[in-house]
Design a protein around this ligand. Structure first.
Ligand SMILES: [Zn+2]
Length: 488
């Protein structure tokens, strides 16, 4: 999280940064990022990005720093190895990682399995293991032309591996001419059922138009089969900066289900992208949507490197950027969080909750962090994910005190997930272990806590409503211990 503290007023501006486009694995073209903690890997990259940003922002009328947000800070404080591994990397908070065209994606003998199944397993291994799980959001990859195999892999990816988005690459996987096809439409519809975004690589503007077309077809299918899924259709065009000069890009981006990532844009392309977006995209969106809701920051590491990321972030946070700090926060992180549902695999645990007053809130969070870090440092548990909630429209700020975490307990050969939420409502801190039905409510799925009376949200708040406050710290601690076990 980036922080700018005004020296005179002491006012602090915070930005939660999410990299929406980042590769992990080893490509047949020679690019690789096999180990995100190794020199030249993901975290080393962020150390360098942070260092450069510090230099750039050092002689301004504010203090610049970066650090882990809220509960992430509490967690790493409890484990020296994790703290050291992530030291200096916090200029970027979270990162979407997905496979390259991996050299290990498939082997002889894998007949009957989807092409990228080994790559998807590899991503899942990294993103569900502390301390990387604090930082990495896993997307899988498939080749839609594999038909039923690709659909089954998408299901496995989400239900078993806990991946939260899909990357597809028409050119690299040899289906550039088949974007407008039944198979691609089926993949988009299936992804909507799981509420996960689909990120397309784009080369040549013809592909952008094809993706627009197939998205429209998938949308109209959802409209006629299950209207409730229409908003779950989320398509991200990678590299929108490659298509500047094609004004139709902004017509495509105004489609309600289409977004664009900025990876690859650099130098004069950066101001041009934002000036055009503001001028050409906003009129298509009308009064109630904002051009900045459509654009996501991505680095495409390691096809692009430190200078691109630094140029981009520093421009968006500069006075030249033609938007507000809210626009900047959306582009640099919240838009992505809004598109990606929190970590969820199969759930068997039942619901349990406890409430404490504000005075006990801090010590309760510390107790929870200590318990979670202690368990995850042990062999029989894993900390699989931490997901923050975001403020509702229009600010989309990340809420440091409201989050969900998934702790996974090993049972024989597999893990059983324990999903805990911590939220502060009306001066009361609530900790709850979620059951399957709670995980399917709209505040969890959209990660937006919106206190109103809509039916889809009411059951969530009714279930979490405090009946009494726990005032005894020992009982609180016992409760936390009890909900971190999969049994009742
Ligand atoms: Zn890429």
């Amino acid at each position: 999280m980036l922080e700018f503290e005004d020296i005179e007023s002491k006012k602090i501006h915070r930005f939660f940064i999410v990299d929406a486009h980042h590769h992990l694995g080893a490509d047949v073209d020679g690019h690789n990022n096999r180990n995100p903690v190794a020199p030249g890997g993901t975290f080393d990259f962020y150390v360098k990005v942070g260092g450069r940003l510090s230099k750039l922002f050092s002689n301004k009328p504010h203090i610049f720093r970066f650090s882990p947000l809220g509960f992430m800070n509490e967690i790493v404080r409890n484990n020296k190895k994790w703290k050291d591994a992530l030291n200096g990397t916090w200029a970027v908070d979270q990162t979407v990682v997905f496979p390259f065209n991996d050299e290990f994606k498939w082997r002889e003998g894998d007949e009957g399995k989807a092409i990228y199944w080994r790559s998807n397993d590899n991503i899942a291994r990294w993103v569900t293991r502390a301390p990387y799980s604090l930082r990495l959001i896993g997307f899988g990859r498939t080749v839609p032309a594999e038909g039923k195999l690709a659909i089954n892999e998408l299901r496995r990816m989400v239900e078993t591996l806990g991946l939260r988005g899909l990357k597809v690459h028409p050119r690299s996987d040899g289906w550039s001419g088949e974007i407008v096809s039944q198979d691609v439409k089926n993949i988009l519809v299936e992804a909507a059922k799981y509420n996960i975004p689909v990120l397309f690589d784009t080369r040549g503007f013809g592909q952008v138009l094809d993706i627009h077309e197939i998205t429209r077809m998938a949308r109209s299918e959802l409209l006629s089969t299950d209207k409730t899924l229409v908003d779950n259709l989320k398509v991200i065009l990678a590299h929108i900066g490659f298509h500047l000069g094609h004004h139709e890009l902004f017509t495509v981006l105004s489609h309600p289900n289409i977004y664009g990532d900025t990876s690859g844009v650099h130098d004069a392309g950066i101001p041009r992208l934002f000036e055009e977006a503001k001028e050409l995209l906003q009129p298509n969106l009308g009064r109630y949507r904002n051009w900045s809701e459509k654009i996501l920051f991505g680095t495409d590491y390691n096809y692009f490197d430190v200078p691109h990321a630094v140029q981009f972030i520093s421009y968006v946070l500069s006075n030249d950027f033609p938007g507000t700090p809210e626009d900047a926060q959306r582009i640099l992180g919240s838009n992505l969080l809004k598109l990606v549902p929190p970590f969820k695999r199969k759930i068997k645990t039942n619901f349990a909750k406890v409430h404490v007053s504000t005075e006990l809130a801090e010590s309760t969070e510390r107790t929870l962090a200590k318990e979670v870090a202690g368990l995850a440092g042990d062999n029989s548990y894993e900390l699989s994910s931490i997901d923050f909630f975001i403020d509702p429209h229009p600010s989309f700020q990340v809420r440091p005190r409201d989050f969900k975490l998934t702790l996974s307990q090993r049972e024989n050969e597999h893990y059983e997930d324990i999903n805990l939420i911590v939220i502060s409502v009306l001066d009361i801190l609530t900790i709850a272990r979620l059951d399957n039905s709670m995980m399917n409510t709209s505040p969890i799925k959209s990660r937006i806590l919106r206190y109103d009376d809509a039916i889809s949200r009411r059951s969530f708040y009714e279930k979490l409503w405090p009946e009494s406050l726990e005032t005894n710290p020992q009982k609180m601690s016992d409760f936390i211990k009890s909900i971190t076990k999969t049994g009742n």
